[in-house]
Design a protein around this ligand. Structure first.
Ligand SMILES: C[S@@+](CC[C@H](N)C(=O)[O-])C[C@H]1O[C@@H](n2cnc3c(N)ncnc32)[C@H](O)[C@@H]1O
Length: 204
């Protein structure tokens, strides 16, 4: 899936996202924001989408959101305006593979349901390593491919439909865990049914 396919797919998703995929994936956002609210500081949300997590940060956590889809960002901007979310510093249209931020400019990075969507996740991990300060946290929420069982067969079967559904169903956690510059701190399966996994990594 190239970046234009991502943009086309999420232009279609934007009007229905909160009521569909967004509705069944709240556990990961809740988990990640709980951790970030405890840690505090400057947070970068990669692939902020329609901004479903934004209302849940506590005041004092400074959140910057980026996304490649203008239509998804527009929904996020509506939430910020309607709810008066003053802790949201800025929302910018930006490709996560080439972040327009200085080195070590964020305390923490959240990547929720984006790593299996981006065209080049290894490059995104490299950019995260650059913009995250040493000792900062990267929180990832994602579905990861299974090695065996009926679900793994289904994941491989629908993998060619990535352009249509908007993500790669056969995305492997090794893409995250093998990225240089990080140490895994926590891995937790999330409800419902462990479909999504929460990873917390520390920038070395
Ligand atoms: C499944 S949505 C997740 C949205 C939000 N994080 C959430 O949890 O609801 C994936 C988002 O990643 C964005 N995205 C995909 N590739 C991207 C890239 N290269 N740079 C920035 N955003 C990207 C899409 O536009 C989409 O909004």
């Amino acid at each position: 899936m190239d970046i234009q396919a991502v943009r086309r797919s999420y232009a279609r998703w934007a009007p229905i996202y909160d009521l569909t995929f967004g509705r069944v994936t709240g556990a990961g956002r809740t988990r990640a924001v709980d951790v970030l609210n405890r840690l505090g500081g400057k947070v970068l949300e990669l692939g902020v989408g329609t901004g479903l997590a934004l209302p849940h940060y506590r005041p004092g956590v400074e959140v910057t959101g980026v996304d490649a889809s203008a239509e998804m960002l527009e929904k996020a901007r509506e939430k910020v305006a309607e709810m008066g979310l003053t802790h949201v510093r800025e929302l910018r249209e930006m490709d996560a593979r080439k972040l327009d931020f200085p080195t070590a400019s964020f305390d923490h990075v959240a990547a929720m349901h984006i790593m299996s969507v981006v065209p080049d996740p290894e490059q995104v991990m490299s950019e995260v390593a650059r913009v995250l300060r040493p000792g900062g946290s990267l929180l990832v929420v994602n579905h990861f491919a299974r090695d065996e069982g009926a679900l793994s067969v289904m994941e491989r079967a629908i993998a060619p439909l990535a352009d249509l559904i908007g993500w790669h169903s056969d995305f492997h956690r090794a893409t995250i865990l093998d990225a240089p510059g990080f140490t895994l701190v926590e891995e937790t399966a999330l409800p419902p049914f462990g479909m999504m996994t929460f990873l917390r990594l520390r920038r070395d």
